[in-house]
Design a protein around this ligand. Structure first.
Ligand SMILES: [Zn+2]
Length: 199
C-alpha cells in the first residue's frame, strides 16, 4: 500500500519540540520544595515549557520570579502557566506515549513489529479523543485486532484483543506510533481513518 503524504507538507510531522535541559538550580529548587513527584506527574509538554520559559528569562530576577511561579503552581496542582489545569485527570492518552515512554512499555521485538505495522498503514483509528484511542490494527498478512488506549486517574491503560494479555503488544505499539506521529489525526476524528506514518 502506498504511503500517504503528510497533510501538512514535507516530511513526517513531529510532536516533539526542542527539549530544554533542566538547569541545576531549577532541579535543586524542585527537590528542596518536595515537589519532585508533582513535577514528574505533569505531562512532558508542561515540564518542557516551564523549563524553557524559566531558561529564557534574561534577568536573574525574572528567572527567579518564573521559577517561583512554577513551584507555586506545582504545589497547588491546579494551574499551569497561569491557566487552569485539572491535574492527572486531564492527562491525554498522547501525554503517555512519548517515544521514550513507549520504549519503556514494550519489549524490543514488539517495538520493531509495531512500527512496521504503523508504517505499512495497518492502523485505523476508530475513536480518537483526548482520553481514549481505539484503533483497529492489522499486521500485513495477519489478523485484525482492536486496541484501546485509555488515560485514567491511575495512568495509561491498554487493551488488545490479541492473545498477549496484559503486555504492551505490537498492536498497542502500532496504535501508539500513529498517535505520536499523526497529531493531525488526533482528537478530531469522527470517522475512522486509515492512518499511515512515514518510516
Ligand atoms: Zn495485541
Amino acid at each position: 500500500m502506498a504511503e500517504e503524504r503528510d497533510m501538512m507538507g514535507d516530511g513526517p510531522i513531529r510532536l516533539t519540540r526542542p527539549v530544554h535541559p533542566m538547569p541545576e538550580f531549577v532541579k535543586d529548587s524542585i527537590v528542596r520544595r518536595g515537589l519532585l513527584e508533582a513535577y514528574r506527574s505533569r505531562p512532558p509538554y508542561q515540564r518542557n515549557d516551564y523549563i524553557g520559559w524559566i531558561s529564557r528569562a534574561k534577568q536573574q530576577k525574572t528567572q527567579e520570579k518564573r521559577l517561583a511561579q512554577m513551584l507555586d503552581e506545582l504545589a497547588a496542582g491546579d494551574s499551569y502557566m497561569g491557566m487552569k489545569y485539572k491535574g492527572a485527570r486531564s492527562r491525554r492518552v498522547i501525554d503517555y506515549l512519548s517515544p521514550e515512554a513507549v520504549r519503556s512499555l514494550a519489549a524490543l521485538s514488539n517495538l520493531r513489529l509495531g512500527k512496521e505495522i504503523a508504517v505499512s498503514g495497518g492502523v485505523e483509528l476508530i475513536e480518537s479523543s483526548p482520553a481514549l484511542v481505539v484503533a483497529r490494527v492489522r499486521p500485513e498478512g495477519g489478523q485484525r485486532r482492536t486496541v484501546e488506549l485509555r488515560s485514567t486517574e491511575k495512568g495509561l491503560t491498554w487493551k488488545c484483543t490479541c492473545t498477549t494479555k496484559g503486555t504492551f503488544c505490537k498492536h498497542c505499539v502500532a496504535a501508539a506510533v500513529v498517535v505520536q506521529r499523526r497529531p493531525d489525526f488526533n482528537y478530531s476524528a469522527s470517522a475512522s481513518i486509515k492512518a499511515s506514518v512515514a518510516r
